[in-house]
Design a protein around this ligand. Structure first.
Ligand SMILES: C[S@@+](CC[C@H](N)C(=O)[O-])C[C@H]1O[C@@H](n2cnc3c(N)ncnc32)[C@H](O)[C@@H]1O
Length: 247
């Protein structure tokens, strides 16, 4: 079988007919992501346009990858989630993947501090014809989460935490209170190219990852794991937990 043009060098390395076997892991990971997207039909024109609009609007390229977005979508689907909470919207790329898993009477609440990101995201929700399912709350997530707790909003079935990493553990603590028993909580970017292992305490984002894992480990009735990921977004990982489940 002839490989797609962008995969030729990777396939040549795999076959061993490229003498330079040093390889660049990042380009291999990105090529495998590209192959998966192509073969599995991950993504579509709307999601591509959302990414392109983000680039044009100057948003940082820190959304989840297509394959990661599809993973979030599948987790929401298999769990039958009706209510989803997202901390960290950016341009709404992951929001759209998650919202597409919801039933017609579902709801997704997403929290974003940056007014420019929020404006682009709202436009993207309209573009994806999902604005009726998505509520974007603008402002610091801790403030919005506090308001939601005080208002005793209906419990969530799935929470995706992907905002400022130093606050990961605080978001997770509040997510636990806002989640129903059996809910899934996913925290993105906990591995940070292995910086998770750094115990120097000097990097607030690493500390955020380390704290959230410690907290997950000692929360009674929580089953959790960590999935390391490589791909177009480099080397990182998700922590995934189920609330109120046997370890
Ligand atoms: C990694 S991006 C989110 C990416 C998005 N989940 C996706 O995959 O498409 C993180 C977002 O969190 C927002 N953010 C950072 N600090 C925040 C805070 N304190 N409250 C709410 N949002 C925050 C940033 O402005 C940024 O848009």
């Amino acid at each position: 079988m002839k490989p797609p043009a962008r995969l030729e060098s990777t396939w040549a390395r795999r076959r061993g007919d490229d003498k330079d076997m040093s390889g660049d892991p990042q380009s291999t990971w990105a090529a495998v992501d590209a192959l998966a997207e192509e073969r599995l039909g991950v993504g579509d024109a709307v999601l591509d346009e959302v990414t392109a609009r983000g680039t044009r609007a100057g948003l940082p390229a820190i959304a989840v990858s297509p394959c990661q977005g599809k993973l979030l979508h599948l987790l929401a689907r298999v769990s039958g989630a009706k209510r989803v909470l997202e901390v960290g919207t950016l341009g709404g790329y992951s929001t759209i993947w998650l919202a597409r898993a919801l039933p017609a009477d579902g709801k997704l609440v997403t929290l974003e501090i940056d007014p420019h990101h929020a404006q682009i995201a709202r436009e993207n929700f309209a573009l994806a014809k999902l604005d009726h399912l998505v509520e974007l709350r603008e402002g610091p997530a801790l403030k919005s989460l506090g308001e939601m707790e005080r208002a005793e909003v209906e419990a969530f079935d799935l929470v995706f935490i992907d905002a400022d990493k130093p606050n990961n553990a605080r978001y997770f603590e509040i997510a636990l209170r806002l989640a129903r028993p059996g809910a899934i909580i996913i925290v993105d970017n906990v591995v940070r190219e292995g910086a998770l292992l750094d115990d120097s305490g000097t990097n607030p984002s690493n500390e955020g990852s380390r704290r959230v894992l410690r907290l997950m480990g000692k929360t009674p009735g929580l089953a959790a794991t960590l999935v390391q990921t490589v791909g177009v977004k480099g080397y990182d990982g998700f922590a995934i937990a189920v609330v109120g489940a046997a370890k």
